[in-house]
Design a protein around this ligand. Structure first.
Ligand code: GLN
Length: 547
């Protein structure tokens, strides 16, 4: 049975609990342990699939097709362990399970209460797959004291109590604010946060203190004394220049040692941090810079494209260049010339998205990249819009568009080059869906295989003819337009194994123009940059050298 580390937060949100959890996972791996990370979110949405990227940031999709919180992306990027459906849960999902059981009569007419029914449901969730790893790291979203979070805190308290001694520890992340007027770091908010935690029965074993200033020994001792933790278990977490510095920085401050001490694991296996040393070296010693424009709709909130930004950084690391991202709002040039908005970039990326708003701008961005021979990577909607562009401007299908926008507006305005897929095959089974299904879960979601064409650019980039990538979309390029598009220079270089669904298109007469129906960014890691991103940045680097 795995040992459990529960990670909670206090004082304020957005302290980087997800990053601290992910970095701890990486450090435990560096000491030879296997880990799995899990997120428990207090909000009432059943899953983040239908939450606005403006509010919630990106939806991270797992191989097994779950739409999850973007923190799972951090977990994967730091540990390389593919997250699963069962690594993320919200209050909404827990309550919905409990209510479903109640309706089915599973509780035999008993009164259904938060304790024990909701807390039992949470505890059951915690134990899924617990025999597979040495450590299970469970992060509780929000901060201690939030009303929605209470059942989770109560459940982990019970869980810690019910397990054998030494099997669960609690790590609490807080903020030490710097008061400029008095020139002091303040420990009081942390003391209050720990007090709150202890009032619900949880005593932290490790305290991680975010601070923009150095934490003097005196303050550390004070925190240890007032918060009832050992001085060695007060870990400083200073602001970092790059998130990829986190494993090394937290190791220096003794985080992994404190965790192993709390479990009584002694002597602790020595860590091998060479992977993270190499990553840090690549981040901090680039030999050049390229600028990539991301042309999208949610450009005000960078978290909406979190994995793409990270994958570009990884691509830069593979080529030892810094990738500077410029966010360009596609709506700016829907009705005007795109050139003044797009000139001067070394590459253009059009990411995924939903709905018609901004799409004419994305089509113009694809056209600009194609005509000016600028490296172009179109992801999901970015691929679909590149196909629409080619259909309109190369193949002469002037009214080409996506059925998605016709469904949205209720009018048939477009020739449906991109059409609504109502059934597909997964694991030899046909899955059928209707457009009127529940909003969540009507998409082709999760990992699917694609076969790559001999001698295509993508086959060379991937170095194989069979790939598995993650999907999240309802619409597809209609294969019936394949011949016509191929006659005009579009190459269908990746297809579903049955040949029905186009997965990758390339523009033949172009140095680097690739559109992919899937989301390659979800599988990129700093220590294993995704081949498409690595090669995209290589192409951008070549262009930037030419000018
Ligand atoms: N809106 C498009 C679809 O549903 C693209 C989705 C995406 O980019 N993730 O097919």
């Amino acid at each position: 049975m795995a040992r459990y580390v529960f990670i909670t937060g206090g004082v304020v949100s957005s302290l980087g609990k997800g990053l601290a959890s992910a970095a701890l996972g990486a450090l435990l791996q560096a000491r030879g342990f296997s880990v799995r990370l899990r997120k428990l979110d207090p909000y009432l949405n059943v899953d983040p699939g239908t939450m606005s990227p403006f509010e919630h940031g990106e939806v991270f999709v797992t191989d097994d097709g779950a739409e999850t919180d973007l923190d799972l992306g951090h977990y994967e990027r730091f540990t390389g362990v593919a997250a699963r459906k069962t690594d993320s849960v919200s209050s909404g999902r827990i309550y919905s399970n409990v209510l479903e059981k109640e309706r089915r009569g599973d509780y035999l007419g008993k009164t259904i209460q938060v304790i024990p029914h909701v807390t039992n449901e949470i505890k059951d969730f915690l134990t899924i797959g617990a025999d597979e790893v040495d450590f299970m790291l469970c992060e509780i979203g929000g901060t201690v004291g939030d009303i929605e979070g209470l059942p989770f805190f109560e459940a982990i308290r019970q869980f810690g109590q019910e397990r054998p001694r030494g099997q669960c520890i609690f790590m609490h992340l807080t903020l030490l604010p710097w008061i400029a007027a008095s020139g002091e770091l303040k420990t009081k908010p942390t003391q209050h946060s720990v007090k709150e935690l202890r009032s619900i029965g949880i005593a932290p074993d490790v305290l991680v203190c975010r601070s923009e200033r150095f934490i003097p020994e005196k303050e550390r001792e004070k925190l240890a004394l007032f918060c009832n933790v050992r001085p060695d278990s007060v870990i400083a977490a200073y602001d970092l220049k790059s998130i990829y510095e986190a494993p090394l920085a937290y190791h220096r401050e003794g985080m992994d040692q404190a965790v192993l001490d709390a479990f009584g694991i002694s002597p602790a296996p020595k860590p091998n941090l060479s992977r993270w040393e190499d990553v840090a070296d690549r981040v901090f010693n680039p030999e050049g810079e390229v600028t990539v424009a991301i042309v999208g709709k949610y450009t005000q909130l960078e978290d909406a494209y979190k994995s793409i930004a990270e994958a570009l950084t990884h691509g830069g690391m593979a080529n030892r260049v810094k990738v500077k991202i410029e966010w360009v709002d596609a709506e700016l040039f829907e009705r005007e010339d795109a050139a003044p908005h797009l000139e001067g970039f070394d590459a253009i990326l059009v990411p995924g998205g939903f709905g018609e708003r901004g799409t004419e701008g994305k089509i113009k961005a694809a056209q600009f990249a194609r005509e000016h021979k600028v490296p172009y990577l179109g992801i999901c909607l970015g691929m679909q819009m590149a196909v629409v562009e080619a259909a309109r401007n190369l193949a002469g299908l002037k009214t080409a568009g996506s059925q998605e926008f016709d469904h949205e507006s209720g009018a048939a305005r477009f020739e449906p080059v991109i059409f609504h897929l109502k059934e597909w095959i997964k694991d030899n089974q046909t899955i059928a869906r209707d457009v009127l299904d529940d909003k969540g879960g009507t998409m082709r979601l999760g990992a699917f295989t694609a076969t790559l064409k001999e001698n295509s650019k993508v086959a060379e980039i991937y170095g194989t003819h069979r790939i598995e990538e993650r999907h999240r979309h309802r619409y597809e390029v209609d294969v019936k337009y394949r011949e016509r598009l191929e006659e005009h220079g579009v190459c269908f270089s990746g297809m579903s194994p049955d040949g029905r669904l186009p997965e990758i298109v390339e523009i033949a007469d172009h140095p680097w123009f690739i559109g992919v129906q899937f989301h390659p960014e979800l599988k990129s890691k700093p220590f294993a940059p995704h081949p498409l991103f690595a090669d995209f940045v290589r192409a951008a680097k070549e262009i930037s050298r030419l000018v």
